[in-house]
Design a protein around this ligand. Structure first.
Ligand code: MN
Length: 209
């Protein structure tokens, strides 16, 4: 079983006007598809093609650079699509809201710090909210690296991510990355982020017992 492009749970035009339909279509059907195709090519003939992409990322130092770039691309984009939804945005609730307030003083302050991580990442990459040893941490990675990878400086379990590559926003926002990041908040699916947070915290508590 080779890696496959996951279907989106919403239409290409569902996130407009914040993320336009053509950007979504090219990003998913061309860019993400290329990462999947190139990952399968890079692992052709290897048993590792049957592994979970998270497992590959966690041991990425054992693989050639084509697996790092395209495996990272596959994980990162699959994750990114799941974090967005139409009629979303707003603010988190429940345990995640409490954890964000405890870690960053307020949701507004968190948004500012996460946005700054996005605007200050030079070139292509990603900004992340991760769980690191049970604590929420904001980080960023270059290229298609991610916080699961054993080569990444700040490691943890991703909770939220934004794609900072120009292909994610250039058609609609051109060079205005900060405008794209500001618009991103309108499509963040906080229900899903909270589900991830609660799920990961549950695993950590179980491990601690
Ligand atoms: Mn992308």
């Amino acid at each position: 079983m080779a890696f496959e492009l996951p279907k989106l749970t919403y239409a290409y035009n569902a996130l407009a006007p914040h993320i336009d339909a053509l950007t979504m279509e090219i990003h998913h059907s061309k860019h993400h598809q290329a990462y999947v195709t190139n990952l399968n090519n890079a692992l052709a003939g290897s048993e590792d093609i049957k592994l979970n992409i998270e497992e590959i990322c966690k041991n990425i130092s054992k693989y050639p650079v084509a697996v790092r770039n395209n495996g990272g691309g596959h994980f990162n984009h699959s994750f990114f699509w799941s974090l967005m939804a139409p009629n979303a945005g707003g603010s988190p609730t429940g345990d995640l809201a409490k954890a964000i307030d405890a870690s960053f003083n307020s949701f507004e302050e968190f948004k500012k710090l996460f946005s700054t991580a996005g605007t200050t990442r030079f070139g292509s990459g990603w900004a992340w909210l991760i769980l690191k040893d049970g604590k929420l941490v904001i980080s960023s990675t270059p290229n298609q690296d991610n916080p699961l990878m054993d080569v990444t400086e700040i490691k943890g379990q991703p909770i939220l991510a934004i794609d900072l590559w120009e292909h994610a926003y250039y058609l609609n926002y051109q060079n205005r990355r900060p405008d794209y990041i500001a618009a991103f908040w309108n499509v963040v699916n906080w229900n899903e982020i909270e589900r991830l947070y609660v799920n990961e915290m549950g695993k950590l508590l179980k491990e601690a017992k």
